[in-house]
Design a protein around this ligand. Structure first.
Ligand SMILES: Cc1cc2nc3c(=O)[nH]c(=O)nc-3n(C[C@H](O)[C@H](O)[C@H](O)COP(=O)(O)OP(=O)(O)OC[C@H]3O[C@@H](n4cnc5c(N)ncnc54)[C@H](O)[C@@H]3O)c2cc1C
Length: 389
């Protein structure tokens, strides 16, 4: 691993910084968990795409920039530095995109990747069901083959941005006699076809960010199947690897939060408000851990470039970033004192409300992308080789 950037990478950083400085909206967009904010974020994605920045590591023919994963990391650093909007199509771009790249046919790549890159089509992830969260192998929603179509029945839940998304990627039981992780198939499902109904669910912050999705005889062409019939579990595990191990939460997100935390600490000292000496240590620790996560990610990318694959260590990664996120926000709330109770909409929040909003979301980090208890089970069994019972 070479810790120095090449002249080419430095030039790439300069180009990305200049573009972002010229294009990032000066005011934050409304939350993408509202209809208005969802559309505003799609317009931003269209602008990113037109500039060639939608997905740095994807081939140009699919709407990417033809860069590599190092350039993607550099772009992410510049993206967060510029305070650019959240990525409304992250489930598509960061999870499904790499999966289609690996398992899709040439026709599927040509059909699905370009409108994903431009966010003309926004994707939701449809894995969880009321009785299949941590126990994902208990999926009950079915997709039974009838001629050239799969006929879908059952329910998915907790689909992020499912209330507004256009498509869903999900796992369905295609072999009715199967159990557990056998007989599952990975399907790409339009959400506007007959037999699909979407019911929004409100989040802790009151916004309709999730949806539960019901299937009652919806017909999906066989061509929308990723991989083979019954290969769903294997493909979903590859998606989960990208999600936990690399793409979903790039280090820049935490480095930028750490910088904001240090700034908040300095501002608190300047204001003369009393600060517990232990908080100083915690601020420094958060900053160091964000840097450590960045170095670890650069190492992962070096390994991938040398032909490696993401394995069970993705679980270590997921625990690290999700718990760091909670610690950073808790530390910020402690520094803010009574101001910690202000949400961004509060007239007196003066920019500090994002910490409470971020904290509420950080609390879900140890739950989504597979709970941290489940990640600890995976580490125990698959990395440490401990007995299952
Ligand atoms: C913000 C957010 C966004 C999400 N987005 C999506 C999405 O877009 N698409 C999607 O499909 N899902 C999504 N989810 C759902 C998420 O994947 C599930 O909530 C998660 O997998 C846990 O499943 P569950 O909620 O059914 O809890 P359960 O599985 O019922 O777990 C309840 C508790 O029991 C613990 N537990 C369960 N089994 C074990 C075990 N064997 N050993 C130890 N502890 C155990 C869990 O860790 C948890 O603490 C999202 C969730 C959140 C919070």
């Amino acid at each position: 691993m070479d810790l120095l950037y090449t002249p080419r990478q430095e030039a790439f950083r300069k180009e990305a910084r200049a573009w972002l400085e010229a294009h990032v909206p000066p005011e934050p967009l409304p939350s993408f968990d509202t209809q208005e904010g969802f559309e505003a974020h799609r317009r931003w994605e269209a602008e990113l795409h037109a500039g060639g920045w939608a997905m740095v590591p994807w081939p140009v023919e699919y709407g990417g920039r033809g860069g590599d994963l190092f350039e993607w990391l550099i772009f992410e650093e510049e993206y967060y530095r510029a305070g650019a909007p959240g990525r409304v199509n992250q489930n598509g771009l960061f999870l499904l995109g790499p999966t289609i790249m690996e398992y899709g046919t040439p026709e599927q790549k040509a059909r699905f990747l370009p409108p994903m890159a431009s966010s003309e089509e926004v994707w939701a992830q449809g894995w969880s069901e009321p009785n299949a969260g941590s126990d994902m192998a208990n999926i009950q929603a079915t997709a039974l083959l009838e001629g050239e179509h799969y006929v879908l029945r059952g329910q998915k839940t907790w689909a992020s941005r499912g209330a507004y998304a256009h498509w869903l990627f999900g796992m369905f039981r295609s072999d009715p006699g199967s159990s557990r992780h056998h007989g599952l198939t990975f399907l790409l499902v339009p959400l506007d076809i007959p037999g699909v109904s979407v019911r929004p669910i409100r989040k802790l912050n009151g916004k309709a960010a999730f949806a539960e999705i019901f299937f009652d005889g919806a017909r999906v062409p066989v061509g929308n199947r990723l991989g083979a019939d019954g290969q769903g579990w294997e493909i979903a595990m590859a998606t989960a690897g990208f999600e936990r191990g690399l793409m979903l939460r790039s280090p820049a997100r935490f480095q930028s939060a750490a910088h904001r935390l240090v700034a908040l600490y300095r501002e608190t000292l300047r204001s003369g408000r009393p600060v517990d000496p232990g908080v100083r240590q915690r601020v420094a620790r958060c900053w160091m851990e964000a840097e450590a996560y960045a170095l670890n990610t650069y190492q992962t990318v070096s390994r991938l470039r040398a032909g490696g694959r993401i394995g069970f260590e993705a679980s270590l990664n997921k625990i690290f970033w999700s718990e760091l996120d909670v610690r950073m926000h808790e530390t910020a709330l402690e520094l803010l004192g009574v101001r910690a109770e202000l949400l961004p909409e509060a007239p007196a929040s003066q920019g500090v409300g994002d910490w409470l909003d971020g904290y509420l979301f950080a609390l879900s980090g140890p739950i989504y992308a597979g709970t941290n208890e489940i990640q600890r089970n995976i580490i125990a069994e698959r990395i440490l080789g401990l007995p299952r019972k």
